[in-house]
Design a protein around this ligand. Sequence first.
Ligand code: PEP
Ligand code: CO
Length: 449
Amino acid sequence: MSTDTWSPTSWRNHPAEQQPQWPDQVALDDALKTLAGFPPLVFAGEARALTAQMGEVAAGRAFLLQAGDCAESFDDFAADKIRDKLKVILQMAVVLTYAAGVPVVKVGRIAGQYGKPRSSNTETIEGITLASFRGHNVNSEVFSAEGRRADPARLLTGYHQSSATLNLLRAFTKGGFADLSRVQAWNQEFVASSAEGQHYQEIASGIGRALQFMKACGIDTASEAQLHQVDLFTSHEALLLGYEQALTRRDSLTGDYYDCSAHFVWIGERTRQLDGAHVEFLRGVCNPLGVKLGPSASAEEVLALCEVLNPERQPGRLSLITRMGATKVRATLPPLLEAVRDSGHPVAWVCDPMHGNTFTSGSGRKTRDLNDIMDEVAGFFAAHAAVGTWPGGVHVELTGDDVTECLGGSSRTLDHHLDTRYETICDPRLNGRQALDLAFRVSELLGAG
Ligand code: PEP
Ligand code: CO
């Protein structure tokens, strides 16, 4: 696997897991051709800026907050949904920055998270078997023959919805909404009334006072862009390789290829085979990359992935996102940390405390318990402390809505509450209060380190 044999289509000679069965090949080819003619969603220079910031994470000088939906929905196109998700991410980032005193790199699972890997190709309900839901870029979560049909026209909708979402995010983050003097305004009503919301309010007041103090000292806070704007990068799982290929462009400045569907793209736990199509495709694009690692990942596999995806050992190029499960992280993570440390590969280690902690509750809902999530994060920090590596960040699934999908936390969501507002189209997400709870816990762990 040397780079000279790579091309944007070389993945087609490798086995590709988790690809949908598109019933109409001609329609698929047409859609991909149309996409290839569309403008890039992000620019190569932006992806390079994120690689530089991720290099700071790999070096132990910054912390990554990667957060957003498990699966974004085509039905959630209202501006307030995106704004509310952004508010939660900004709140978490403020808590981490202020309480733990580290720069926080902010990356959304947003503006393109429309393709889902599934553990089974089909789903059976009351004797009827249909294709599984694979994300809105492929089909619908509605359990009907029509709903579950893979429709290539959805790829075009996915592009346009990503574009509209990104446009709004750019406006929110650069146009005043993310101004640090508005830090209080990101506290949504349902969050503000909780203990975490009040704790957040104290931080917000502290920041307000600090800004006043700086002004009173004669510092021209108005001209400091850092106080008025935020960099929020986009990311998603690079699952549907035809789509990713169609949005891949050669950068006119460097001649390098970038997957311009998002700033950061990752390979999922189910598609990280060394000789597989996903690894082949992503090794040739210059975006910052992630790879998910579950409890079965061996040190040899991880080192081989580092060699293939980051042969030049560029800091910030590769993040390893571990999702071991709260009961396994303390045993499975340290050998991987040691092996990568000893190899000298400069990776950013990120904890996904969501995907190893999903279970079906007594009421039959797929859920996660905030205690398990916090416990996996604590285990992740403990493993890094033991090995002497930097716990570089967290990767979480959340929403700005006051949903009841995960158990526990200050919102005291119990099993019999799950039905009240269970709205996810895929995995259960933290609501705003649970997300803030988690941010405070992570900032304690960071502060203790
Ligand atoms: C996800 O991030 O939604 C996901 C499916 O994760 P993983 O590949 O780790 O299972
Ligand atoms: Co998920």
